[in-house]
Design a protein around this ligand. Structure first.
Ligand code: SF4
Ligand code: MG
Length: 268
């Protein structure tokens, strides 16, 4: 087995616009899948609508592509019916946190053994450049032509507050960090969330003077700091920055185990 066995080679090239970092996420995921030698017969990837949601259609795994925002709802059903299968939900930020926001917090509350990878490109890409719950204040979108007026979600704090037992953030610039983070999340038992800062030069960049993909990557580099760096910074210096690293790595009873114990010996 090599990393090539984890992609559908006949599907390439990727559907993405030039300079879109969803290719980077795809690459990192495939390399980690190969490193962990994920069993393709015991892994299901669930995705929904949007550019990030289309990544799994290039991965050589059983893939369930569902309605917008419902990746975690379907993933929950799969995991409950087949606890022996590794379930991964690969989602965009609008998908995971707006339409699917309720599923997100309840999957975290339940601590169901699913790895949730959330691509934060700060916009709805495929559906037309509308603002998302992650669009930064002041940024322009088709539905915010004068700039975003609402504050943005902190995905990791939402996940932690709702009870996820693994929470981390990485980004598409620090690729090795991204691979290490995905690897740790995929090995975690319980609800694991990885937020990945990505770039959408087409829908976000063109509206925000960042149409050049290299500028968007530069922006990710500039707005990310490690936990060690963040500890030495003032709140003013941290404004607008994203801390990358692991925020939660703990354990508590996992949902399918709780169900198995509750019904043990009852023949159901
Ligand atoms: Fe990537 Fe944005 Fe193009 Fe979608 S619209 S493929 S997120 S650059
Ligand atoms: Mg998005």
């Amino acid at each position: 087995m090599s990393w090539k066995d984890y992609i559908k080679q006949n599907m390439f090239p990727l559907f993405t616009c030039s300079g879109c970092t969803h290719g980077t996420v795809t690459n990192a995921f495939v390399r980690v899948a190969d490193e962990l030698k994920l069993d393709k017969d015991k892994t299901v990837i669930v995705c929904a609508i949007g550019c990030a949601g289309r990544i799994p259609t290039f991965l050589d795994f059983p893939v369930l592509r569902v309605t917008h925002g419902r990746a975690l709802a379907f993933a929950t059903g799969i995991k409950l019916s087949r606890p022996d299968v590794k379930v991964i939900a690969l989602m965009g930020d609008g998908d995971a946190l707006a339409i699917g926001g309720n599923h997100f917090i309840h999957a975290a509350r339940r601590n169901i053994d699913i790895t949730a990878i959330v691509s934060r490109n700060e916009i709805y890409g495929m559906t037309g450049g509308q603002y998302a719950p992650t669009t930064p204040p002041g940024a322009r979108a088709t539905t915010a032509p004068y700039g975003m007026l609402e504050p943005a979600f902190d995905t990791c704090k939402v996940a932690e507050g709702a009870g996820a037992t693994y929470v981390a953030r990485s980004d598409a610039y620090h690729v090795q960090h991204l691979q290490r983070t995905l690897k740790a999340a995929l090995q975690h038992k319980g609800f694991a969330v990885v937020e990945v800062l990505t770039s959408c030069p087409t829908q976000f960049g063109r509206r925000n003077n960042l149409a050049d993909p290299a500028k968007m990557l530069e922006r990710i580099k500039e707005m990310t700091v490690t936990k060690a760096q963040a500890e030495k910074m003032t709140p003013e210096e941290l404004a607008g920055k994203f801390v990358i690293g692991e925020f939660v790595n703990t354990s508590r009873p996992e949902l399918t185990d709780i169900y198995a114990q509750a019904f043990a010996g009852m023949g159901v």
